[in-house]
Design a protein around this ligand. Structure first.
Ligand SMILES: C[S@@+](CC[C@H](N)C(=O)[O-])C[C@H]1O[C@@H](n2cnc3c(N)ncnc32)[C@H](O)[C@@H]1O
Length: 233
């Protein structure tokens, strides 16, 4: 199932692996990942009730990197189910170590591009989507590779239930402007910030990511954007 939207670029960019996996990560890729993988989205719609029996709500993180945010959210809220999508094998290996170490039973993993996964999820099935520090693709000729796009906002509007939220963080000013520009064209989402502190300060229920820690250490100031899915659109 592939979108007809011209802003959807099905090709996957970026690295899939940097260095060899550590022995524990490699073991968990063999033993744990097959047990907690989301069904292949190419095979049809995904049944979230079957994936998370008894869970009150389901959230999705797109590009979880090392999985710190996803694992911390899953640990804090055992009553919710969490799906993480990440095509970078070293990131998946790190998340699996968190899941194993913390004994998390509410996380499912899509090892690959988040976009076909999103298209296979049912309408209004998620309470939150997170896209934290997406690859910035700073050159104009690469803007079409940015995950935040008209396609992304349209899919997020289809997936997030009314009252739910979309969170996007970035330490790149141009990406922040880009996200807000696309959000303006997405009437289903309302930017919740009322004052500068609302987007300049990371909320208490928003765990820090590895990429963010490095960005802050390098002197960059991230923006934390939260959009509310409004009803009736
Ligand atoms: C700059 S890193 C940030 C990682 C993490 N969110 C953090 O804040 O530490 C961007 C991540 O997005 C992932 N990514 C890129 N394209 C993606 C896609 N189409 N679907 C899912 N993840 C993707 C990359 O592999 C990378 O791990």
């Amino acid at each position: 199932m592939v979108s007809d939207d011209p802003s959807y670029i099905p090709q996957l960019y970026g690295r899939r692996q940097s260095k060899p996996l550590k022995p524990r990560q490699a073991r968990l890729m063999e033993s744990l990942l097959p047990r907690i993988s989301v069904p292949d989205p190419d095979k049809g719609p995904i049944d979230l009730k079957a994936l998370f029996p008894g869970k009150e709500e389901v959230e999705l993180e797109v590009g979880f990197g090392g999985g710190e945010h996803l694992a911390a959210q899953a640990l804090a809220r055992p009553q919710a189910g969490f799906i993480g999508a990440e095509p970078f094998v070293n990131g998946v290996g790190k998340l699996l170590v968190h899941i194993d170490a913390d004994g998390l039973d509410n996380v499912r993993v899509h090892f690959g591009d988040a976009r076909p996964l999103m298209e296979a999820l049912p309408e209004a099935s998620l309470s939150s989507i997170y896209a934290l520090f997406p690859d910035p693709w700073p050159k104009a000729r690469h803007f079409k590779r940015r995950i935040v796009s008209p396609w992304f906002f349209a899919e997020a509007a289809r997936l997030v239930r009314p009252g739910g939220r979309l969170r996007v963080a970035s330490d790149v000013d141009d990406y922040v402007r880009w996200t807000l520009m696309h959000a303006q064209d997405a009437p289903a989402f309302l930017w919740t910030a009322e004052r500068a502190a609302d987007w300049k300060t990371r909320p208490a229920d928003w765990p820090e990511t590895r990429y963010e820690r490095k960005a802050v250490a390098a002197g960059r100031r991230p923006a934390y954007l939260e959009f509310r899915r409004i009803e009736g659109i």
